[in-house]
Write a protein that binds this ligand. Sequence first.
Ligand code: GTP
Ligand code: MG
Length: 204
Amino acid sequence: MLIKKAKYLTSSPSFETCPNPDRPEIAFIGRSNVGKSSLINMLSNNSRLAKTSATPGKTQLINHFEVLSGSPEVSWYLVDLPGYGFARVSQRDRRRWEQMIEGYLRKRSNLSMVFLLIDSRLQPQKIDLEFVNKLGRWQTPFALVFTKTDKNKVAHTEKNVNQFLHALKESWEAPPNFFLSSATTREGRDDILRYINQILISGG
Ligand code: GTP
Ligand code: MG
């Protein structure tokens, strides 16, 4: 799939103020600093589309981007969500964040798919496994993306991915769809774009 145009539209503090849900929407979520904004830039071939930062907590609102892809030509929304698990925030801010994300993921009517990003360098983290289970409870369709594969040896990535999928077996019958990615080597780009295209052409 080719991304013909990708443009920042708006940032919203809650799902109620998001743009009209008049087209399919694909969102990216995961721990703070896992590489959401970098992946979005890699997919759209535009290093300046979503703001990235070495400091966790850069993305704080629900950020909508307008995308036009082909072929066939489809217009859709891509959403960069703030990261969870950022240690240096107050309880109050964390609660506000959780409510914003939960409201968005449960109530956004045009949400077709959520990519949950997992750092491929780490063994399964409780906070990520819990988030997968929340998505299950909320019946939010999702796929996993294991990021930053350029930072590991292949065997190390495989071990962490397998352990993560194994941990999910406790609460899930079938493993979720998953991808490996690197914003540096662009691994995963074609597969993820092909998957998004399938979702879009099947009517979101
Ligand atoms: P928040 O918005 O703060 O939640 O972070 P984020 O998940 O959007 O992460 P972001 O894309 O800003 O990336 C965080 C840091 O990781 C930056 O320093 C990126 O350059 C780096 N990074 C992201 N993806 C990759 C990758 O695939 N490989 C490598 N080596 N570094 C990456
Ligand atoms: Mg970000």
